[in-house]
Design a protein around this ligand. Structure first.
Ligand code: ZN
Length: 330
């Protein structure tokens, strides 16, 4: 099994690997560990591996992997949001659905997030399908507080307990996710992380916002060279970074449109207010909408696996042209 992006927890990986290799993968996997430790990341990898049609699962390039990555695979079904209780009606619906053959391939996978948030009634109902699941149905149950689960549920699952990462593994994760970070800042993050990766999401979001604001400011200056330079930062980065920056840039421009229309109570990002203000002054509503359309198209190309460098190249040319036009009018 490919565990790309999931560091540490070697014992858990060995167990999953050998269960896969022996064709005896458990129908109910119970992944436990503290918040932010990577339960969802591992569940996603396992779900992809179960539906993947390639050789080295998850291969990342077959049609099933593509759908799973985009969250559109019909046989990977998720229950339970971060703050939602899973109710007995949902479990009853799951029980009916779990008996139906998969839509696409050989298996269907249910990921139950925050299983401890299932009411006791829901857990009782769930127990019935856990006792005799159809051969094609797999459950991945995520839980951070095992004492809230019925012992009868726990006993019918294969447990995988995740531990915090070592400093060395955390260093590798940070180097991969935040390659621009200085070694001092990296050491500081390793110390404060406690071996838990979830803080990286916040750090990454900050980074996306910083890059998006620099690009927005370059666009406001209508200086083609600056636009080229700010976008060039993205050329060495991965697809997820490009997607994150496009999202943040879209929010800035969307807020600029809100400011122009006077409906300021609808601002999404108060922190990016200054940047949106500048954008609203530099660009007309029509041009801002044009730029949002370009960003939306770039995002779609990104999801369709078009090369990052190609997307950025095309975007730079179009945006530089728009900026040059705005400069000549201004
Ligand atoms: Zn695949």
């Amino acid at each position: 099994m490919n565990f790309y992006g999931f560091y540490g927890n070697e014992r858990a990986k060995e167990y999953l690997n050998s269960a896969f290799a022996r064709h005896s993968f458990p129908h109910a996997l119970l992944i436990s560990g503290e918040r932010g430790i990577g339960k969802k990341t591992l569940a996603d990898i396992v779900a992809r591996a179960l539906v993947c049609t390639g050789d080295d699962v998850p291969c990342g390039s077959c049609n099933s992997c593509y759908k799973a990555k985009n969250g559109t695979h019909p046989d990977i079904i998720r229950l339970g949001g971060d703050n939602d209780t899973v109710k007995v009606d949902e479990i009853r619906a799951l029980k009916r659905d779990a008996l139906l053959r998969p839509n696409d391939g050989e298996r269907k996978v249910y990921i139950i997030n925050h299983a401890e948030a299932m009411t006791h009634q829901a857990q009782d109902a769930f127990l019935k399908i856990l006792e005799e699941p159809p051969l094609f149905t797999f459950f991945i149950i995520l839980c951070y507080n095992l004492s809230d689960l019925l012992p009868t549920i726990i006993s019918r699952t294969a447990p995988v307990t995740l531990s915090p990462l070592s400093d060395a593994d955390m260093g590798r994760v940070i180097a991969e996710k935040l390659p621009e970070l200085s070694s001092d800042k990296r050491d500081e993050l390793i110390k404060t992380s406690g071996g838990v990766c979830s803080f990286l999401i916040e750090e990454k979001n900050h980074e996306f916002t910083d890059i998006a604001e620099s690009i927005a400011n370059a666009l406001c200056s209508c200086d083609e060279l600056k636009i080229f330079r700010e976008f060039a930062v993205l050329e060495k980065r991965d697809r997820d970074t490009l997607l994150g920056v496009i999202d943040e840039l879209t929010v800035i421009i969307r807020d600029a449109l809100v400011i122009s229309s006077g409906a300021e109570s609808s601002l999404i990002s108060l922190a990016g207010r200054q940047c949106s203000d500048r954008f609203a002054t530099a660009y007309s509503t029509k041009t801002s909408c044009e730029i949002i359309n370009l960003l939306t198209a770039a995002k779609a190309s990104c999801m369709q696996n078009v090369g990052v460098a190609h997307i950025i190249g095309s975007l730079i040319c179009k945006l530089a042209y728009i900026a040059a036009n705005a400069a000549s009018k201004g």
